[in-house]
Design a protein around this ligand. Structure first.
Ligand SMILES: Nc1ncnc2c1ncn2[C@@H]1O[C@H](COP(=O)(O)OP(=O)(O)OP(=O)(O)O)[C@@H](O)[C@H]1O
Length: 262
């Protein structure tokens, strides 16, 4: 039987020249859940993501993914095991159509690598699967549109589709609604809910409304450490969380706060 916990960190830590950006973080992400990592600016969320995807080596601790210790694994191996980060918009090729962006991602999974340009037939074979992924994220009618010409929220949807093409077991979403207006925020929230079915998602997200409506479990980081953990009601009523967010011990409940970014 598969473990209930798909991702676990044990005593995870990272120092930068003696400054501890992440300290003794024990994280457990349940298979099939949406888990949010939140915390004030500088709390260490991005550093944790970088440690998970091996963009950074940890100073201390271990990372266990799907039963394997991946602490010493290279980024490519981590991705091959299915721990995949949805990249920022820059990772979508703006001069290629939405459809071609997905086909290229699919080719990477199929091992097409650098030869994909020379093989139209292979690209055609991937069209059906690519169209299904575009449909998953509501972009069917935008298949021929250049990625660079898509509205912001739709670019984000395309980016999620290219991540889905890599068949993640655990998808890391890095501030999926950052910089969006309300309408796009709602659209992307719904999209995440939809693509989360049957998958596991770990997301860093500043918008607490999004977190409250999506996350099964929330880990709050502050100054590199786990401050609080639980469902939204639990963490939003935790006085330590209010203090970390607002710098005061009694104030508006966090539930009513829409934290900005930067
Ligand atoms: N490469 C680095 N060198 C030195 N210090 C770093 C480096 N990366 C991060 N830090 C520091 O580690 C701390 C945590 O940063 P991190 O970016 O992980 O926080 P965050 O929670 O993602 O913040 P934000 O919400 O602002 O994105 C910060 O104090 C930051 O300045």
């Amino acid at each position: 039987m598969q473990d209930e916990i798909i991702l676990e960190t044990q005593g995870l830590g990272r120092e930068f020249r003696g400054f501890s950006a992440v300290t003794a973080v024990d994280l457990k992400v349940r298979r099939g859940s949406i888990h949010a990592l939140i915390g004030p600016n500088g709390a260490g969320k991005t550093t944790v993501f970088n440690l998970l995807t091996k963009f950074l080596p940890p100073s201390t601790g271990r990372v266990i993914f799907d039963g394997h210790d991946i602490t010493a694994a290279k980024p490519a191996e981590v991705a091959r095991r299915g721990l995949i980060r949805s990249f920022q918009i820059s990772a979508v090729f703006p001069n290629m159509s939405a459809l071609d962006n997905i086909r290229v991602a699919l080719l990477r999974v199929a091992g097409g690598g650098h030869r994909f340009w020379s093989s139209n037939r292979r690209l055609d074979a991937l069209t059906e699967r690519a169209m299904a992924l575009l449909a998953d994220v509501g972009l069917t009618e935008f298949a021929p549109v250049l990625a660079g010409e898509l509205a912001y929220g739709r670019k984000r949807a395309l980016e999620i589709a290219t991540t889905l093409a890599l068949e993640p077991r655990l998808m890391l979403l890095d501030e999926p609604t950052q910089g969006m207006g309300m309408e796009d925020v709602q659209r992307v929230t719904e999209l995440i809910r939809r693509v989360a079915a049957g998958r596991t998602i770990l997301m860093v997200e500043h918008n607490l409304k999004v977190v409250s409506s999506l996350a099964d479990r929330i880990t709050v980081l502050a100054r590199g450490q786990v401050l609080s953990e639980g469902d939204y009601a639990t963490v939003s009523n935790d006085p330590r969380v209010m203090e970390a967010y607002l710098g005061v011990s009694s104030a508006e409940p966090v539930a009513e706060t829409e934290a900005g970014h930067g």
